[in-house]
Design a protein around this ligand. Structure first.
Ligand code: SF4
Ligand code: SF4
Length: 92
C-alpha cells in the first residue's frame, strides 16, 4: 500500500529529502505523498524511510491504495525504468 500523511503533520520537512522516489511534496496545508510514486520504499530500503524519520508518527498506510508487495515491486521497476529513459533522453 502507498503511505499517506495525516493532518498531524507539523511540516518539519525531514521526510521529503529521504524519499527515494520523490513521492513527497508540500501540499496545501501539510506534506502529501503521491500514491503513484510511493512503493513503501520497496526496491530501495527494507523500511519506509519517511516513517523512520517522522517525529510525530503521522504516516500510516493508505487504505485507499491496497497493493501487494509484488505490485509495489512492479511500481518501483516502472519508476526506475522511467527514470532511466529520462536519463537517456537528457544524455541524447
Ligand atoms: S514509504 Fe518510501 S517511497 Fe513511500 S513516501 Fe515514504 S519514503 Fe517515499
Ligand atoms: S516528517 Fe512527518 S511531520 Fe515532518 S513533514 Fe514529514 S510527515 Fe510531516
Amino acid at each position: 500500500m502507498a503511505l499517506m500523511i495525516t493532518s498531524e503533520c507539523i511540516n518539519c520537512d525531514v521526510c521529503e529529502p529521504e524519499c527515494p522516489n520523490q513521492a513527497i511534496s508540500m501540499g496545501d496545508e501539510f506534506y502529501v505523498i503521491d500514491p503513484a510514486r510511493c512503493t513503501e520504499c520497496v526496491g530501495h530500503f527494507d523500511e519506509p524511510q519517511c516513517v523512520q524519520v517522522c517525529p510525530v508518527e503521522c504516516i500510516p498506510v493508505s487504505p485507499d491504495h491496497p497493493e501487494t508487495r509484488e505490485q509495489l515491486q512492479a511500481k518501483y521497476e516502472q519508476l526506475v525504468g522511467a527514470g532511466a529513459v529520462r536519463q537517456r533522453l537528457r544524455v541524447g
